[in-house]
Ligand binder design. Structure first.
Ligand SMILES: Cc1cc2nc3c(=O)[nH]c(=O)nc-3n(C[C@H](O)[C@H](O)[C@H](O)COP(=O)(O)OP(=O)(O)OC[C@H]3O[C@@H](n4cnc5c(N)ncnc54)[C@H](O)[C@@H]3O)c2cc1C
Length: 376
């Protein structure tokens, strides 16, 4: 049975929230137009600045360059960065999932080698799961790694790899043994240097005309044994465990939050009943989703891997962030100057098809949730 225990943020988080708000007021890159989506801005200078101030990898131990703080502290900072529309894409995957993964299943050598730069906001990772003909059906991946002296030779193609053209490394799910009766066997995770000459990276334009995801081709790419993540053959379990980090955060319901802010700014007069209902409906949805998301953070803090609860947060969150701009548009005052509201609304329309695809589609998440409820 799914259970979302109530979680209160610790008192210390209020001071941290004030601190990060002040930091953002003083340090938002000049000319940056706020957008809540966590994939909206790849800005290494800003990531490094966050790293210098200790706002990246806050939950990683100090000895590896992290903040030695709790998952809750990381949550507060992430939430404020998203609400302010800060450009966080460069370090997002390192901070959200790969630094915790290295802490959990990485070797001591890997932690010492990779974590300090990740924590400093200088080292950026991509997620290497999807392939042509293998998105929802991840067990169908065909990228293979063959054992050679001292390491592995990787061949194959990854698809939709966010920011592979700008990031340093990919943690890739690959086949290290042929498909057997159990399709989830024989997969492993390798840490691959995206700057290696044998890796071809081709950006793909998204609907808005921007380049954020890529096709990545490995041509006999050599990966030393020391860059195997976790255990050979355990890649499927490792990947699915990671989803607790990947699917539960506030980025799964705040992608269109900026539209709400601009909507509220339109009200110079008190809202009428219809408008008040729209404001309340959006606020109550955000509050409920946030409560669930925080509950998952509580589970992560307790060392659990709540991938089913995380799937529920993502599924409800993505559906809400998709319809929210329309609720706002229908209730927006007619005579207000809507320049900024229209800009964020337009962006949200271009973004919205991707929210229920990236990180697992709606149908797949519903299947995971149904299994968690014992219905499948
Ligand atoms: C903006 C964006 C960024 C992304 N970034 C990354 C990244 O960094 N790294 C990465 O590895 N991947 C990334 N992806 C890929 C993403 O994970 C896949 O698009 C997703 O898993 C779906 O896979 P697919 O595109 O192959 O679609 P398919 O799996 O072919 O699905 C097509 C449709 O069929 C439905 N469907 C599929 N199987 C079933 C089923 N069994 N039952 C019911 N319905 C089903 C799906 O729900 C979907 O609606 C990104 C995608 C987007 C849009």
């Amino acid at each position: 049975m799914l259970q979302f225990d109530p979680v209160q943020l610790p008192d210390s988080s209020h001071a941290l929230r004030d601190e990060i708000r002040q930091f953002l007021a003083a340090n938002m890159p000049s000319g940056h137009r706020p957008n809540s989506d966590f994939l909206s801005g790849h800005n290494p200078q800003f990531s490094e600045l966050l790293g210098t101030h200790g706002y990246i990898c806050m939950n990683i131990p100090v000895e590896y360059g992290g903040g030695g703080r709790s998952f809750f502290d990381r949550y507060v900072v992430a939430e404020e960065l998203l609400a302010a529309g800060a450009p966080v894409s460069a370090h997002w995957f390192s901070d959200r999932q790969f630094a915790p993964v290295l802490m959990q299943i990485g070797t001591e050598q890997q932690r010492k080698k990779y974590l300090p730069d990740m924590c400093a906001g200088k080292s950026y990772f991509s997620i290497g799961m999807s392939e042509p003909n293998s998105g929802s059906d991840l067990a169908a991946i065909r990228t293979s790694a063959t054992k050679v002296d001292g390491g592995w030779r990787v061949n194959g193609t990854k698809l939709w790899t966010t920011y592979a053209h700008l990031n340093h490394y990919m943690i890739a799910l690959v086949r290290t043994a042929p498909v057997s009766e159990n399709r989830h066997h024989g997969m492993s995770q390798l840490l691959i240097d995206l700057h290696d000459d044998s890796v071809d990276i081709r950006p793909i334009k998204n609907m808005g005309g921007d380049e954020d995801f890529n096709e990545v081709v490995f041509n006999d790419t050599y990966v030393p044994d020391e860059d195997v993540i976790g255990e050979i053959g355990n890649g499927w379990n490792q990947c699915t465990a990671e989803l607790g980090y990947e699917r539960s955060g506030s980025e799964r319901f705040l992608s269109t939050f900026r539209v709400y802010i601009e909507f509220l700014k339109l009200f110079t007069d008190p809202p009428n009943d219809l408008q008040a209902a729209a404001i309340g409906r959006i606020a109550s949805n955000i509050m409920a989703l946030r409560r669930m998301s925080l509950s998952v953070v509580g589970m992560l803090e307790a060392g659990k891997m709540p991938s089913i609860e995380a799937a529920l947060v993502k599924e409800l969150g993505n559906n809400f962030e998709k319809i929210m701009p329309e609720i706002a548009r229908l209730a927006a005052p007619l005579d207000a100057d809507k320049t900024e509201f229209n800009r964020t609304y337009r962006e949200s329309i271009l973004l919205s098809p991707s929210t229920t695809l990236r990180g697992g589609t709606r149908e797949i998440l519903r299947g995971v949730i149904a299994r968690g409820l014992g219905l499948r």
